[in-house]
Design a protein around this ligand. Structure first.
Ligand code: ADP
Ligand code: MG
Length: 336
């Protein structure tokens, strides 16, 4: 799906964004000069092996890292033109729940176990939309219906443990859209769920995205989710983007050897749900060490001497669609 990107300002724009995490024993760099943008109403999927920096990339700018993790951030991450990295804690809190909604992998972590579902929903609504208790109550019931929960009034009287995993994620999604966000950030929202429930949650996100016109950044390791939901896909490796482009371009003609490796077991765009990454030989690099050259070079079947010298820039893939970029000198300088 192409959109009139030229006329609109990006909704979200990361520019040379880096994160360094400091722990008592070591400093790691899980996000290393990442740039990308998301247009209004667009769905971007971010894929990559576990530990490649997807969660830190999305949560650090929102100040949503686990308590005790100390992060240094460089570059810029602009939401509607304003740099999130320069916002105060209270400004960020207003954005999360307002313009940006966040859906977590484990809906239980987003819900308070000892408070009724209804109260948790209405609290956020009162706070972010400035409604009275009665207005918030009917808005909560509306939201529950919108996310496909039947009998909302009695569900609102229940506690999180009384709901199934899929229902809890529906509540998590209802909470995330309560503030009518222009951007929804969903970090592996289906990973903790059964396969059939995963498909329902993806269908719900797709439906909400269409109805509400919001953009979505979805982190996933499921190519069924990518092809079913996304307009654009970004592939992350060792804290860097190795490839980004339209979902059909990247899935049908992956340019980067890493993306090709990830996709090797996937026969076509009509991949079933729950198609997980095929095993790639070798291990991702240690992010505590400075990586010279291409981070994938040690595992790459097409590696050349220059790959270990300079970090390859993310450049247009020859003879591919606009916006299809890859960070690989083999592809860019020596197209097949
Ligand atoms: N709490 C933490 N403390 C120290 N390092 C962390 C922590 N969380 C993540 N990291 C580092 O950041 C890297 C990226 O993590 P993450 O963004 O969670 O990866 P992904 O979401 O792609 O699986 C990890 O490989 C690890 O090196
Ligand atoms: Mg993660």
């Amino acid at each position: 799906m192409t959109r009139s990107a030229r006329q609109t300002k990006p909704l979200l724009e990361a520019i040379d964004f880096s994160v360094t995490l400091h722990t008592p024993s070591v400093s790691v760099r899980p996000v290393d000069r990442v740039s990308y943008s998301v247009e209004p109403g667009e769905v971007l999927a971010i894929v990559g092996e576990s530990g490649s920096g997807k969660t830190i990339l999305n949560m650090a700018p929102l100040d949503l890292l686990p308590v005790g993790v100390n992060a240094d951030m460089e570059g810029a991450v602009r939401f509607e033109g304003v740099d999130l990295l320069k916002m105060s804690a209270s400004e960020l809190e207003a954005i999360c729940g307002g313009g940006i909604g966040v859906v977590f992998q484990d809906p239980l972590s987003a819900l308070n176990p000892v408070r009724k579902i209804g109260r948790q929903l209405t609290e956020g609504i009162e706070h972010h939309l400035g409604l009275t208790a009665a207005q918030a109550d009917s808005r909560a019931a509306e939201l529950m219906t919108l996310v496909g929960l039947s009998d909302p009034r009695s569900r609102m009287q229940q506690y999180p443990h009384e709901l199934s995993g899929g229902m809890r994620q529906r509540v998590g999604i209802a909470m995330s859209i309560a503030g009518e966000p222009r951007l929804l950030i969903a970090d592996e929202p289906t990973t903790a769920l059964d396969v059939t429930v995963q498909a329902q949650i993806v269908a719900l996100l797709k439906d909400l995205q269409k109805r509400l016109g919001m953009a979505i950044v979805i982190i996933t390791h499921d190519f069924g989710v990518v092809s079913g939901l996304a307009d654009k896909v970004a592939v992350m490796y060792a804290g860097r983007l190795s490839e980004i482009g339209g979902v059909r371009d990247v899935l049908i003609e992956p340019a980067h050897p890493y993306t090709q490796g990830l996709l090797r077991s996937v026969p076509s765009l009509t991949v079933p749900m729950n198609t997980k990454f095929a095993g790639l030989p070798g291990q991702p690099p240690n992010l505590a060490r400075r990586i010279e050259g291409c981070a994938f070079a040690p595992r790459c079947a097409e590696v050349r001497p220059e790959c270990s010298v300079h970090r390859p820039a993310l450049l247009s893939v020859p003879r591919s669609a606009t916006g299809h970029l890859a960070a690989c000198p083999v592809v860019i300088n020596h197209p097949a």
